[in-house]
Design a binder for this molecule. Structure first.
Ligand SMILES: [Zn+2]
Length: 377
């Protein structure tokens, strides 16, 4: 009796196993399978992929399957779904080991229309970016997350220009600078010396906190980075020629200068109010060497909102962009910038960015970089 039951059990198990095997092999490659469905969604043979050039095969990592087409390929795995890859992004993915490399499988299709005509694609382990000017490179992990917090490719770093390179620490180069991840230290970055697009606010301190700019030159009684100083001198001389004298009130301030200034405001007003009118040391734009507080001779409305209605304030509001400056803390944007209206505080971002912000109608650097707002620390 026991033997008979065992024999029946074995037969039933064999039937079930055969049924399971019959249902699963190569289903992703069937006409009704995930790969063909993705192919049809992309327009079939009339789409970018064109005609199939093989019948496909399975047995890839995580029981994945692939089929190749004239214009690219579609990979499938149960975890990632079926997604097409092609062109430069596929070539970079291939160079990084296809699905067996750090990136794993694609988890979405290529998405284009990024700033500067770029495209990207999401993978299990990161993203791959392509731009016409800067080629194709991946981002992932801690460096990718840090880069993202500065507005992805829209921010001061722009598109990646290399993959991450790791030894004791990891470094990755971008259009605007490099980001370093060190297991024993906070994330850090350095922008290339020519890049004036640094983003500094209450959520994004200088890197390192005690950063000092590479070169400082005098403009009137104050110092600035050379590129910003040249632009400001031109603005001041053009303004003077138009009958509007402009003075320099406060330019570069070192970490220790800022510590003293902020400390004096805290002592006088308390920290809550001090934080609305002065940056903590390591968080001030003045420490970048790219900011200047301007004034009128005789200082009417100096460092006050009514500066807007003085000759220097009116000239700056109308013309600063032509020289590569923005009024960094515009009226009504404290929830984004973290600061009340400062019509006297000019920040050099270069003529391209200043003109773009003006023509796009984007008043703050946070919005221009598509970064999260920084209303407080
Ligand atoms: Zn200022």
């Amino acid at each position: 009796m026991t033997t008979l039951l065992r024999r029946w059990a074995a037969i039933i198990a064999a039937v079930l196993l055969a049924g399971a095997l019959g249902a699963s092999p190569a289903s992703a490659l069937d006409d009704g399978g995930a790969i063909n469905a993705a192919y049809q969604r992309l327009g079939g043979s009339a789409g970018r992929l064109g005609n199939p050039i093989d019948a496909g095969r399975c047995g890839l990592k995580d029981d994945g399957c692939v089929r190749h087409y004239q214009g690219g390929s579609i990979h499938f795995s149960r975890a990632s779904g079926a997604h097409a890859t092609w062109g430069g992004i596929e070539a970079r993915w291939a160079g990084l080991g296809w699905e067996t490399g750090h990136l794993g499988y694609a988890v979405g299709g290529e998405r284009c229309g990024l700033r500067g005509g770029g495209c990207y694609q999401d993978f299990q382990g990161g993203k791959v970016y392509w731009s016409p000017a800067l080629g194709t490179n991946p981002v992932w992990g801690a460096i990718g997350a840090y880069w993202a917090s500065y507005g992805w490719e829209n921010g001061p770093f722009g598109y990646p220009t290399s993959a991450e390179v790791c030894a004791a620490r990891c470094t990755q180069s971008f259009w605007g600078g490099q980001i370093t991840w060190n297991p024993n230290a906070p994330m850090s970055y350095s922008l290339w010396d020519w890049n004036p697009l640094v983003a500094v606010n209450k959520r994004r301190p200088l890197s390192p906190l005690t950063y000092a700019p590479p070169s400082l030159v005098w403009v009137g009684t104050q110092q600035m980075r050379a590129d910003a100083a040249g632009a400001l001198r031109k603005m001041i001389s053009d303004a003077a020629a138009a009958g509007v004298p402009i003075t320099t009130v406060s330019g570069y301030r070192s970490y220790s200068d800022q510590a003293a200034l902020y400390g004096s405001y805290v002592a006088r007003y308390g920290q809550a109010y001090a934080d609305t009118i002065s940056a903590r040391p390591g968080f001030s734009e003045h420490q970048t060497g790219l900011a200047m507080d301007i004034g009128n001779p005789g200082a009417p409305c100096g460092l006050q909102a009514c500066f807007r209605d003085t000759p220097a304030g009116r000239f700056a509001a109308a013309n600063a962009w032509r020289y590569g400056f923005i009024v960094r803390y515009p009226d009504g944007f404290q929830g984004i910038t973290g600061y009340t209206f400062e019509p006297w505080h000019l920040r050099y971002v270069g003529t391209n960015a200043a003109a773009q912000m003006r023509s796009w109608g984007v008043p703050t650097l946070e919005q221009y970089f598509l970064m999260a707002a920084a209303p407080g620390y």
